[in-house]
Each structure stands twice: as structure tokens, then as C-alpha cells.
Design a protein around this ligand. Structure first.
Ligand code: NAD
Ligand code: UD1
Length: 343
């Protein structure tokens, strides 16, 4: 008789963080059931999860707002909990198309929560973001810092956090973990899965790796006149596999304890843009051409986590350093120079 592993509904599981978390879930003895509408991901990610783990997760192309579709999935898979990654994450597009972002993130989450409630699935992990803190004044940022997002994407995350808080108040039998990610980067060590941005990358790491691999001519460094160690922006980069391990730790707590908790997932260390360029050049052996230009509107000088609550509550500490983040991002980039589409 084959052993039956607890099934976990993973919305957005074909995406960047979701696919890495599916690997960590399988390796921790859980069975992911992925629903993803593939609006920002590729189905090949599912085969790559299988290539890494030897296990193929169930996959359904389905929108989280499709109640009937989700019910059918959940009839076949009696999931004990949900990890909810699905949503739109592009900050610039959330400014130009706010309704699209609010509909996908807020309306989508509401619909998903109703479907889950109707099926009695009351354990949930939610992907929030350090962006809910906006321009926090004190570093490192603890979870008690004020919630003051500065763009529609950040507001959508803060709204969902509020909805989840109200839901737990009304239904104390629920267990919800809100995870506020800092800057997830890197890839699985195998190079089978990684970040695959469509078009010109908005974020620093994928842009730097595309310059190193020759896909883009040079990086534009957005400002070198901040009040930081070298004038460029400082962020808390966390390896995506550490982030994935943080989800497993949060899931285990949710399976044992009712109520809502919100924790930062970061390293507590800040790195500047110039330090990232330097680290990437060292790891890849390739020059990363760059030009300093003006500041990007909406950017803050410095953002890094106080990771102590995650350590105390979840016994979670990020293990992988900046060299590993660059090495694994570079391995993924070299093996998949144009992302999933090249194979
Ligand atoms: P991603 O775009 O790679 O993954 C999101 C996945 O959700 C994609 O596969 C997409 O196709 C799917 N999706 C979107 N809308 C959907 C819908 N309505 N129904 C079903 N599937 C849908 O992004 P990611 O980087 O893996 O981020 C995952 C989550 O973490 C998102 O909620 C994002 O806002 C949050 N987050 C990401 C970062 C980051 O830097 N990557 C930082 C903080 C928070
Ligand atoms: C951005 C989002 C944030 C989101 C996070 C996900 C904005 C304003 N914020 O954060 O909501 O949660 O991504 O990881 O978009 N940089 C350059 N050149 C580039 C790209 C970035 O110099 O081409 C600099 C930025 O100015 C910043 C640092 O690199 O100092 C990191 O930028 P990025 O990777 O975009 O992350 P955040 O701005 O922290």
C-alpha cells in the first residue's frame, strides 16, 4: 500500500515562489495540488518540479475566482490547507491598471476564501510583502511597524491581510499565516526552476543576470545619492529556497495552532545595488555593465527585515548567503537563457 501524504492546495504554484515551495513541500512529506491560470507562468514548471523531486504534483489550469472549477478540484483532492500565492505582483502595472490588480488580488482572494470556507478548509498561508510597510522609518522593520503601502499592489496586499484578520475574528477555528516577504531571489540549486519574468525585468536580480548572460546591454542603477553605504538602494535579499522552507515551517504551525500570525521572511541583512553587481560578477566571471541614472519613483533608500519573530515563532532562519543566491540565479540563467520557453 502506498503512503498517503497530506494534500496542500497551492494557488499560483506554477509561478516563481510557488514552484520552489512545491519542491520544499514534497521534500517535507506533503503533496501539492496546484491551481494556476498560467497568466504569468509556464506549465513546464510542473515537469521541472517532477524532475527535481521524482513526484509530479497534480496540476489544474484554473483561476482562483472560478468557484465551480475549484470545487471540482477539491472534490478530487481533500486538501488539509492552502498556500495562496496566486496574484498579480507588478508594481508599475498596478499603478497604470489598478482595477486589474485589485480584481485579481482582492476579488480573487475573496472568492477563494469563500470556496475554501464552504469546503471546510480552514488552514491558510498567504503571500504578503514587505511592500505593506511602505517607506518605513526605522530599520530593521519589525512586524509591528505601521502598514502604509504606497501603491495599488501594496494596498491590495494590505487589504487582503485585513480581510484575513477579520475572518479569523469571526471564525476562531481558522489558522492563517501571513508571510511578508522581503526580496526573494535566486533559484533551485538544480537550475531546473527559477524566475522567468516576461519582457523587461522590473527587479534587480533578473535584470543583472540577463546583462551577465548577454541578453541586455547594461543595468540602469536607479540612483547613487541615497543615504546608504555607497549611495545605492539597500534591500534584504532572501534565497527563494529559504523562503520555500519558511512556508513549510509556517504550514506546520498552522496545522497545529489556531489564530492568525504575521511574520517577516527576510535575512535581516541589507545589500546595496553595487554589492549585488560585484557579487554577481565574482560568481559568474562575467562583467555586468551599468550606468547610474536618476532614482526610480516610489523607491526607498533602505529596507531590511527584523527576522526575529520568524526565528522565535517558526524556528526559521535563512541559511543561504548572497554568493549562493547569485550562484543559483546564474546557474538557472545559463541553463535557461530565455526562461522556460527555450526548451
Ligand atoms: P509569479 O507571478 O511568478 O506567481 C504567481 C502565480 O499566480 C503565477 O503562476 C500566475 O500565473 C498565477 N496567477 C495569477 N493570478 C491568478 C489567478 N487569478 N488565478 C490563478 N492563478 C493566478 O509571482 P511570485 O514571484 O511567485 O509571487 C507569488 C506571490 O508572492 C504573489 O502573491 C506575490 O505578490 C507575492 N510576493 C512576491 C514577491 C517577489 O518578489 N516575487 C515579493 C513579495 C510578495
Ligand atoms: C520591488 C517592488 C516591491 C516588491 C519587490 C519584489 C517597487 C517600487 N517595489 O521592490 O513592491 O515587493 O520588488 O521583490 O517596484 N534597481 C536598479 N535597477 C533596476 C532594478 C532595480 O537599480 O533595473 C534597484 C532599485 O532601485 C532598488 C534595488 O535595485 O534599490 C532592488 O529593486 P527591486 O528588485 O525592484 O526590488 P524593490 O524595489 O525592493
Amino acid at each position: 500500500m502506498t503512503e498517503k501524504f497530506p494534500e496542500i492546495l497551492v494557488t499560483g504554484g506554477a509561478g516563481y515562489i510557488g514552484s520552489h515551495t512545491c519542491v520544499a513541500l514534497i521534500q517535507a512529506g506533503f503533496m501539492p495540488v496546484i491551481v494556476d491560470n498560467l497568466s504569468n507562468s509556464h506549465p513546464l514548471a510542473i515537469s521541472r518540479i517532477e524532475a527535481i523531486t521524482g513526484t509530479r504534483p497534480a496540476f489544474y489550469k484554473c483561476d482562483i475566482a472560478d468557484d465551480a472549477g475549484l470545487r471540482t478540484v477539491l472534490e478530487c483532492h481533500p486538501c488539509v490547507a492552502t498556500i495562496h500565492f496566486a496574484g498579480l505582483k507588478a508594481v508599475g502595472r498596478s499603478v497604470s491598471e489598478p482595477l486589474e490588480t485589485y480584481r485579481d488580488n482582492v476579488c480573487g482572494s475573496l472568492s477563494l476564501l469563500q470556496t475554501l470556507r464552504s469546503r471546510g478548509i480552514n488552514r491558510l498561508i498567504f503571500s504578503s510583502s514587505a511592500t505593506v510597510y511602505g517607506g518605513a522609518e526605522h530599520m530593521p522593520i519589525p512586524e509591528t511597524a505601521s502598514i502604509q503601502p504606497t501603491n495599488p499592489y501594496g494596498h491590495s496586499k494590505a487589504m487582503i491581510e485585513q480581510i484575513l484578520q477579520d475572518l479569523v475574528t469571526a471564525a476562531p477555528d481558522m489558522a492563517i499565516g501571513v508571510l511578508r516577504y522581503f526580496n526573494p531571489v535566486g533559484a533551485h540549486i538544480s537550475g531546473e526552476i527559477g524566475e522567468d519574468p516576461q519582457g523587461i525585468p522590473d527587479n534587480l536580480f533578473p535584470y543583472v543576470s540577463q546583462v551577465a548572460v548577454g541578453r541586455r546591454e547594461k543595468l540602469l542603477v536607479f540612483g547613487d545619492d541615497y543615504d546608504t553605504k555607497d549611495g545605492t538602494g539597500v534591500r534584504d535579499y532572501i534565497h527563494v529556497m529559504d523562503l520555500a522552507d519558511g512556508h513549510v515551517a509556517a504550514l506546520q504551525r498552522c496545522l497545529d495552532t489556531d489564530g492568525l500570525f504575521a511574520v517577516n521572511l527576510g535575512t535581516g541583512q541589507g545589500s546595496s545595488v553595487l554589492e549585488i553587481i560585484q557579487a554577481f560578477e565574482t560568481v559568474s566571471g562575467k562583467p555586468v555593465a551599468y550606468e547610474v541614472v536618476g532614482r526610480r519613483p516610489g523607491d526607498v533608500a533602505t529596507s531590511f527585515a527584523d527576522p526575529s519573530k520568524a526565528s522565535d515563532m517558526l524556528n526559521f532562519k535563512a541559511q543561504r548567503d548572497l554568493t549562493q543566491m547569485c550562484r543559483d540565479a546564474w546557474n538557472w540563467q545559463q541553463r535557461n537563457p530565455t526562461g522556460y520557453a527555450n526548451r
